[in-house]
Design a binder for this molecule. Structure first.
Ligand SMILES: CSCC[C@H](NC=O)C(=O)O
Ligand SMILES: [Zn+2]
Ligand SMILES: [Zn+2]
Length: 443
């Protein structure tokens, strides 16, 4: 085994990447880009750095295939991570501390620096084994996924550069996802989804789309002791009650086991803003003339977006109650032709089956296609009509996305590299033209 293929060397590279503080809101993108470019160089991959937004580099790597007439494969990962509160971690979030059980602690160890580097390590192994891709394999290391992807994947997907890559399939991240709730029958709190850390890998063919909604109420201000109708607070509270009812109806479907979490609309209040500040807090005997609330809504591609929009306009922020609303973020859950943004998993999309087979070959098992409850950059590629699959090879791993003490076990990381090795090999050697209509052409 070559020096750089030792497990120690592999883990050490993972740690190096994790130690770069790319936490929002001020990620060190320059250092991350340098690191990726150095890795690319050591692997003799072609590279270029794109800057759709100043100071936010997107590193694009290429492993050229032997047949440039075939469409290519894109392996996407984001380089930014969410912030961490260091004092709440057992090991500092950018130390990449390796403990005696082999757990590597760092912000980004699951989401998703692991995946970005596993792609590269898989290529290192494939190269060492003498494998040569027929299709070109591209890797994109994109900025700003955690804040919406507008300065990264969104611009990239819309770019001429991307057009010229002739991409036919995109792989992106997915995170293990579970939820806690009170069962209807008793007080017992349960975990569904990946409650018992499972042996299975999960793969996602769609995701819920983010709608970040702000509703605002106005009303006549007045004395705090006076009862009168149509205050801003009263008007907003009516909306909140209505939102809560709807939220409960959706959640009940999940609790009853009728729907998966990705199949219902979620709505959670993100902020409340009202009141007249005073040096000691808020003025208490004044009813404010404005009140605002913000909601994180996620809509599955299977839901009717018009119906939800009507509900917002008629029940949650009716003009008749002196209310207005605004979206801070609104990704359509339908494509341009009005079809739900769902990547096919039938015979019209050979990449799904190839993924399944490749994971099996690496002794893994893939679950049924699911709808990811949160959002990833994959939606920008699905917008273009491209198949995109959310997949991160992490089994037997507790769900710590955006949580304190995020870690990944080194053996799970190493196993993931083998899984990607198998996937990249299968994808890059696939020589049929995959057509949207499901027909195939032997070349
Ligand atoms: C509006 S894009 C935000 C993307 C983010 N992705 C992962 O957590 C999410 O909140 O789902
Ligand atoms: Zn992520
Ligand atoms: Zn994230």
């Amino acid at each position: 085994v070559e020096e750089e293929e030792n497990p120690e060397a592999i883990i050490s590279r993972f740690q190096q990447y994790l130690r770069i503080n790319t936490a929002q809101p001020s990620p060190d993108y320059a250092e991350a880009a340098d690191f990726i470019l150095a890795q690319a160089k050591s692997l003799s991959l072609e590279s270029q750095t794109l800057e759709f937004v100043n100071g936010k580099p997107l590193v694009l790597l290429k492993w050229p295939g032997s047949d440039p007439s075939l469409a290519s494969i894109l392996l996407n990962s984001h380089t930014d991570v969410v912030p961490a509160e260091p004092e709440k971690w057992t090991h500092p979030p950018f130390s990449a501390h390796l403990d005696s059980r082999g757990n590597v602690y760092a912000r980004g160890s699951q989401d998703m620096k692991c995946v970005g580097l596993q792609y590269l390590e898989a290529i290192r192994r494939l190269k060492a084994s003498g494998f040569r891709p027929i299709r070109s394999v591209y890797l994109s290391f994109v900025p700003d996924e955690e804040i919406g992807g507008h300065g990264g994947a969104e611009k990239f997907a819309e770019s001429d550069v991307f057009q010229r890559l002739n991409v036919e399939i995109v792989l992106d991240e997915v995170l293990e996802w579970g939820m806690k709730y009170e069962t209807k029958s008793g007080k017992k709190s349960e975990l569904v989804g990946l409650a018992s850390p499972s042996e299975n890998y999960r793969a996602f063919h769609a995701e819920r789309c983010p709608w970040w909604l702000v509703i605002k109420a106005i009303g006549a201000p007045g004395h705090g002791a006076k009862l009168y109708d149509n205050t801003a607070m009263e008007n907003l509270l009516k909306s909140i009650e209505s939102v809560r009812k709807f939220r409960a109806s959706q959640f009940d479907l999940v609790k009853a086991g009728l729907k998966a979490e990705g199949e219902v609309v979620s709505v959670n209040m993100a902020f409340l803003k009202a009141g007249t500040p005073s040096p000691t807090g808020f003025v208490m005997n004044l009813q404010p003339s404005e009140a605002e609330a913000g909601f994180d809504i996620r809509i599955p591609p299977t839901a009717d977006p018009d119906a939800l929009e009507r509900r917002i306009a008629e029940e949650w922020a009716p003009a008749s109650r002196n209310m207005t609303f605004e979206f801070k973020q609104k990704h359509s859950s339908l494509d341009k032709s009005g079809k739900p943004l769902i990547t096919a998993t039938d015979s019209s999309n050979p990449w799904w089956n190839l993924l399944e087979e490749a994971v099996k070959k690496a002794n893994g098992k893939l679950g049924k296609p699911e709808i990811f409850p949160a959002s990833t950059d994959a939606r920008y590629f699905r917008d273009l009509g491209l198949p995109a699959i959310g997949f991160s090879p992490m089994a037997n791993t507790p769900i710590l996305l955006h949580d304190h003490n995020e870690f990944l076990n080194k053996d799970e990381y190493l196993k993931g590299i083998e899984v990607y090795e198998s996937i990249i090999k299968a994808y890059a050697s696939y020589i049929q033209h995959a057509r949207r209509d499901g027909s195939k052409d032997e070349l």
